[in-house]
Write a protein that binds this ligand. Structure first.
Ligand code: MN
Length: 477
């Protein structure tokens, strides 16, 4: 393997004038700061609840940076991607191009490049007391303890050596011990392979990466697709990685902090509860255990945390899921224009689909297609092209004026859903689809939305300047 010096920025082809993606966490914090979206909170805020309280109150409006939280030398940052429009900016695309850009990167990964020395290994600790080394916060009221919530977990397939990258909630359960929720996906598969061989599984938790690497970790791609290569594709450069100090795992060289360790075979210990994306608690139960053997970090490291159930948690999962669902639906329905996982549906359970309807009955086929695309989906609403699916009030309006329950409703009982939906029975529940498209044959005026000609040309800012002048005087002049 050839080793390179650290490439500085995204490599740009000559004549490429597209806006460039933002590649590093620090560059991203600069990007937010100059746009007045980074609030620096007073020093010494408490890691227990107070960090999360500030982050939650400013969720979606400002990222929050906490100097010396509970007196800790390492600052905490939160809420760095709590708005989908910010993700489009990080990608360097228009909001309407975001899903297509993500899918393109997922389909065309870019191999990483290994570097010899990395900022993330400036400091190396081998005597591990995580609570002393890192500012680990407690977020929601009944969380089981301190958590690493924004770490990307990198593991390797014990057979092929291919890496997997995903985010897991990791609870501090001892000085060098973490309880980790490992849902049955790729990390789970590698863990069980190692366990069957009686071996520990090496793992690295990387904290403090850029928005695009976070997003790439959520890509829905087959096993043995290294999500760091998707991060590279999103960044339009070969992602610089460095080998861990204690394993063969390669981690982003420009990250802030890496926690190196291994999952112990045949060990399960209690983890949880933890405030999750549906705004309810994930339960406490026996979970996989990671033993930490080293921590490396930058000299002036920053610790990133994601408040469970906050917008950052929701948005990061939603964009890759929307991109995958859009691609999935378009395979059968090329007239699907756009999809959106709405905030009110925890950005997992409710899908709004915009179609250019060409056949009567098509709305229901699209509903069934969507449910086939993701078992997490619970309610799907299909609307026409004139409805803004990013505005829940507009979708509700479409239901109010274009939907009849006896004719346009689809219910599928006893199907697989999310185990984190507290209203179903351990992941088994009902699906509901609502076709809120108007009939193709309807006479034009019947469903036509009213509008006032010229309304869109009024300069509201200009009008508001005159809203507090003396109206009596104004009428006389
Ligand atoms: Mn994967």
């Amino acid at each position: 393997m050839t080793k390179h010096e650290m490439p500085a920025k995204a490599e740009r082809q000559q004549g490429d004038n597209r806006p460039q993606p933002v590649c590093g966490l620090r560059d991203w914090l600069d990007h937010l700061s100059v746009r007045d979206r980074l609030a620096v909170i007073k020093p010494n805020v408490d890691l227990k609840f107070e960090v999360a309280a500030y982050a939650k109150r400013l969720d979606g409006q400002r990222a929050t940076l906490f100097p010396r939280p509970s007196g800790h030398a390492i600052p905490v940052v939160s809420g760095i991607v709590s708005d989908r429009l910010w993700i489009a900016e990080a990608m360097g695309v228009e909001p309407g191009e975001m899903l297509a850009r993500f899918q393109d990167a997922a389909n065309n990964p870019m191999p990483w490049v290994e570097v010899n020395s990395a900022p993330v290994q400036q400091i190396v600790h081998r005597d591990i007391d995580l609570a002393r080394l890192l500012p680990l916060p407690t977020h929601n009221e009944h969380d089981g303890g301190r958590y690493i919530a924004a770490g990307i977990m990198v593991v390797r397939n014990p057979k092929t050596g291919k890496q997997n990258v995903s985010i897991h909630r990791c609870q501090l359960t001892g000085p060098n011990r973490l309880g980790v929720l490992v849902l049955p996906r790729h990390t789970f598969a590698f863990h069980r392979m190692a366990e069957e061989a009686g071996q520990p599984l090496d793992a690295a938790i990387v904290v403090g990466v850029d928005p695009l690497t976070l997003l790439a970790s959520q890509a829905i791609v087959p096993i043995d697709h290294d999500e760091l290569e998707i991060a590279g594709a999103l960044q339009r450069r070969a992602l610089p990685v460095v080998k861990c100090k204690t394993s063969e795992i390669r981690v982003p060289a420009e990250a802030e902090i890496v926690i190196e360790g291994r999952f112990l075979p045949d060990v399960r210990e209690p983890e949880g509860p933890f405030g999750e994306f549906p705004q309810t608690y994930g339960t406490r139960a026996d979970r996989e255990v990671m033993e930490v053997v080293a921590v490396t970090h930058r000299k002036d490291a920053i610790f990133h945390t994601i408040v469970g159930g906050g917008l950052e948690h929701l948005v990061l999962g939603a964009i890759p899921k929307e991109a995958t669902l859009l691609t999935h639906l378009r395979r059968n329905f090329p007239n699907v224009v756009d999809v959106h996982l709405s905030p009110g549906g925890a950005m997992r359970f409710h899908l709004f689909v915009k179609i250019r309807k060409t056949q009567e009955g098509q709305g229901k086929n699209v509903i069934l297609g969507a449910f086939a695309g993701s078992f997490d989906l619970k309610h799907v609403i299909v609307v026409d092209e004139d409805v803004d699916i990013h505005n829940p009030q507009e979708v509700e309006w479409a239901l109010a004026t274009r939907f009849q329950a006896d004719r346009d409703l689809v219910i599928v009982p006893e199907s697989q859903g999310s185990k984190l939906d507290p209203s179903n029975r351990d992941g088994v529940g009902a699906k509901m689809g609502m076709d809120a498209t108007k009939p193709l044959a309807a006479e034009e005026m019947r469903f036509k939305r009213i509008r006032v000609p010229g309304e869109e040309n009024i300069d509201v800012a200009e009008v508001l300047k005159r809203s507090n002048i003396d109206w009596r005087k104004a009428l006389k002049s």
